[in-house]
Design a protein around this ligand. Structure first.
Ligand code: FAD
Length: 106
């Protein structure tokens, strides 16, 4: 079976980076494709219990694909729900661009 930690880090890296570089004003086509990507995770993510919980998570908090900033925040909050479940530290979502887009100031 896949290493759930390595898989998780790689997947969060991909998702947060995709959100960080998502358009400020996405076209209907860009929105639809991002929605499909997110909604397919509960189906294709190769960790069954992770996928199942993530499905519930997006059912109670539907993805906001309306802008780069909204999507980045939405994803940060969902990641924090997983962090909480696993007893990990909460991430400060004000730092999401610094972590995934701009890098540290200076
Ligand atoms: P990760 O949680 O992988 O985070 C990687 C890096 O992202 C961190 O070092 C930090 O710099 C940054 N980061 C942390 N929190 C945030 C945030 N909120 N917003 C932005 N950046 C952040 N594992 C399980 O054991 N059970 C599960 O049910 C489970 N469900 C998962 C569901 C999904 C959709 C995904 C993608 C992963 C899931 N995982 C699950 C894996 C788990 O979330 C971690 O990826 C894994 O435990 C490795 O954790 P880590 O401490 O290395 O950091």
């Amino acid at each position: 079976p896949p290493d759930v930690e390595v898989l998780g880090r790689a997947t969060w890296t991909f998702l947060h980076t995709a959100a960080a570089y998502y358009p400020e004003k996405p076209s209907p086509n860009q929105r639809a494709n991002m929605l499909m990507l997110i909604r397919s995770l509960p189906v294709v993510y190769p960790c069954a219990w992770c996928a199942q919980d993530f499905g519930k998570c997006i059912a109670h908090s539907p993805p906001d694909v309306s802008s780069r900033e909204k999507l980045s925040l939405w994803l940060c909050q969902r990641h924090n729900e997983v962090n909480e479940k696993l007893g990990k530290e909460m991430f400060d979502c004000a730092q999401v661009d610094e972590r995934w887009k701009d890098g540290p100031a200076d």
